[in-house]
Ligand binder design. Structure first.
Ligand code: GLA
Length: 385
């Protein structure tokens, strides 16, 4: 993955630090990280790589490759205000992270950077968390201030809140930072405790990117959070973790239809994560699949964060069938577009991929981008001099 060639051609010297950050898919536990629920993501084999070396004058020169970018963006050491111009908004993830370290008293040196990525943006695969984490890692290496994975993730989350305007939970930054090859991260967002659950042999993850670009900064994500806060205040309760489905049902009239459905998603999804974790331990593939399917239905009908393309991909995977090797399928990530995730037997993954590609093209007249991945290790940085 590390080449250094473009960096040398562009800047006439070698990079001194390289950070590599994976994307993530969430297997289950959707839209509950910000409610203190537990979630089960995996880091995937699609990465963002950033190669850097410090500048002498403290300024920054950033060259993102691909997507039509060809010339470095240059800015001075203190020019860290969030960008509002559409063409420069991608830079906010980097600026936000640098600003957070500076605010914490870290002397962040200026740097030149080349960014490569095979992780699509806007596909619900946490390209933004991968970018933030990679920047955080290079800053820590250049400044000589290593942090632990949790405090780094929290810093990146703050950068996303303040610079990208997305009031995200902590799942993505921790999945990207703490993923482990061959394992699902079981992350309890109430206290940020984590454990790693082995993925049964013979299963892989198939990601299907619908191509519908999701943008969580456009307000719907925030509205879901506000709905959930309204539920808690109407019920006089301080956490969804202490709510049961019975209580939510008892207060149906008080909540009204929309808030009732939001609350039902939250409490049932929390229960599904527990069932999924138990089924994973027992390698009970039928229950894994049932939990994923029920999660998708709840996100579609109660939380209303799916879209026709995602619903179609999940239904198509179901049509492909469990007898042919599907374990389960659901939308993954924030929703409103983005990707689905399917757990599938290794030997059936290629067939499921072709099935989804053909079916999607027939139905929507455009391509779905599918890839097969296993769970990989989280982000790392190395000194290359
Ligand atoms: C986005 C957010 C996460 C999480 C998911 C939904 O990916 O960044 O914090 O809330 O949506 O589960």
């Amino acid at each position: 993955m590390f080449e250094g060639r473009v960096y040398r051609e562009q800047f006439g010297s070698a990079p001194s630090v390289v950070a590599v950050s994976p994307g993530r898919v969430n297997l289950i536990g959707e839209h509950i990280d910000y409610l203190g629920g537990a979630v089960m993501p995996v880091a995937i084999d699609r990465h963002l790589t950033i190669e850097v070396a410090a500048t002498e004058d403290g300024g920054f020169e950033i060259l993102p490759l691909g997507a039509g970018f060809g010339t470095p963006v240059r800015f001075g050491r203190d020019d860290l205000a969030p960008r509002t111009d559409r063409s420069e908004k991608w830079l906010n993830y980097l600026l936000g992270v640098i600003a957070q370290y500076r605010a914490g008293g870290v002397e962040v040196p200026g740097f030149r950077a080349v960014i490569h990525s095979d992780l699509p943006a806007g596909a619900g695969l946490s390209a933004s968390a991968a970018f933030e984490t990679a920047v955080a890692l290079v800053v820590e290496q250049l400044a000589g201030v290593p942090r632990d994975v949790v405090s780094r993730a929290l810093l990146c989350q703050r950068a996303e809140h303040e610079y990208a305007g997305v009031p995200c939970g902590i799942m993505d930054q921790l999945a990207v930072g703490a993923g482990k090859a061959g394992h699902v991260l079981h992350l309890d967002c109430r206290d940020l405790s984590m454990c790693q659950c082995p993925i049964p042999d013979g299963l892989v993850v198939l990601v299907a990117d619908s191509g519908v670009k999701h943008a969580l900064g456009d307000g719907e994500y925030q509205k879901r959070r506000e709905d959930c806060e309204a539920v808690l205040s109407l019920l006089g309760c301080d956490s969804f973790r202490s709510l049961t489905l019975e209580t939510v049902r008892d207060f149906r009239d008080t909540l009204g239809d929309r808030l009732f459905r939001r609350a039902r998603h939250a409490v049932t999804e929390m229960a599904r994560v527990e069932r999924f974790a138990g089924a994973l331990e027992k390698e009970d593939l039928v229950r894994l699949g049932e939990a994923m399917q029920a999660s998708h239905e709840s996100l579609r009908d109660d939380y209303e964060v799916s879209c026709p393309e995602l619903d179609h991909l999940v239904a198509a995977a179901e049509r492909f069938g469990r007898e042919r090797g599907l374990v389960g399928s659901r939308m993954t990530g924030g929703g409103f577009g983005g990707s689905t995730v399917s757990l599938v037997r290794t030997e059936a993954a290629g067939d499921l991929k072709s099935f989804l590609e053909e079916d999607y093209a027939r139905r929507f007249g455009r391509e779905v981008h599918c890839f097969i991945t296993s769970a990989v290790d989280g982000a790392t940085a190395i000194a290359v001099e």
